[in-house]
Design a protein around this ligand. Sequence first.
Ligand code: SAM
Length: 377
Amino acid sequence: MKCVYFDRHLCRSCTLLETPYAEQLRDKQARVAETLATRVADGVWLPARASAETRFRSKAKLAVGGTLQAPTLGITDADGTGVDLRECGIQDEAIWDVVPDLAGFVTCAGLRPYDVTRREGALKFVLVTANTDGELMVRFVLRSEDDVPRLREALPALLERLPQVRAVSANIHPEHKAVVEGDLEIPLTPEQTLRLPVGDVTLHLRHRSFLQTNTDVAGDLYRQAAAWADAVHALNVLDLYCGVGGFALHLAGEHRRVHGVEIEPTAVESARLAASERSTAGDVTFEVGDASVLDVPAEDSADLVVVNPPRRGIGEHLARTLDGSGAHTVIYSSCNPTTLAADLEHLASFDVTAARLFDMFPHTHHAEVAVLLRRRL
Ligand SMILES: C[S@@+](CC[C@H](N)C(=O)[O-])C[C@H]1O[C@@H](n2cnc3c(N)ncnc32)[C@H](O)[C@@H]1O
């Protein structure tokens, strides 16, 4: 992929851009195989699931910089200066299409870009998520509630111009912190949910919920987990760190019960909504809970446990709990092979019988790996 921002050293986020994609994928596969070598034998790796090389990212975190008359939407460089990335080639086409309109909106609405060095201004980020039908969720991260009225006033013109924008909200983030968003979310449209067809199901996304950034590859990750669940004849599944329910809804079936556990309440609401809309039979339930301290009993519990934690992994406590549980199978999907390797050491009663790299993050060293673990007889 050619990128003018990369060539001009304005953005170097896609660190592997100069390496041909086939070579990137080969190297990444070799690296994850090496990281996991003590627990994952060479022969169990399935062929890596490649990604599209461009337009694969369905969510954009656009830092706002520049001036009110000429705002930049992209990143902020080391000096705090805004760098406009409106033609970034990894963004979904639907996001790419609307960035110029969003920049124009910033000016029309009078939302002064936030100056990171001086700690002045109103608008910090514009967060945009796209579904595969080109519909969008847009969130404006503001420093204070004082700017919400001017955003509200200008919004009808934006919605008329961009009818594909389904859900809009203002996130209030008064502090000067590395985290992108604050605690208060103010809805600005009646709809606050984005429908999200992924793989074989339709999910729903609200603010604060995690979304796999590469929808196409995520669909195949969920399908892979469902195929593994079928192969081991799982009847009773626990989906830990379930988010908005991607794994749970793919695995649920007429003869299979699935229960999801997730710490973020809005994600659980969305998962329940998606479950209520399914036409196929199957018992799927979700609860708000902390998976890391869960008690999974040795008997009368799930026969299959799916875990898909954040980068820190599931940790020793949960790994040992699963090791001593009644589960005969674990599917572990990880975005950090290093913590996956550490967690596998505590799942000593299981063998890894299949593994696969899902390349959600082309042009970077990041890797998503799913492994199938079967309890040793
Ligand atoms: C990598 S995401 C996976 C989400 C989901 N499985 C998917 O495919 O979209 C990790 C999820 O774990 C949730 N989470 C983080 N810590 C948690 C905890 N202690 N207990 C339960 N869920 C947690 C996050 O809110 C996030 O939704």
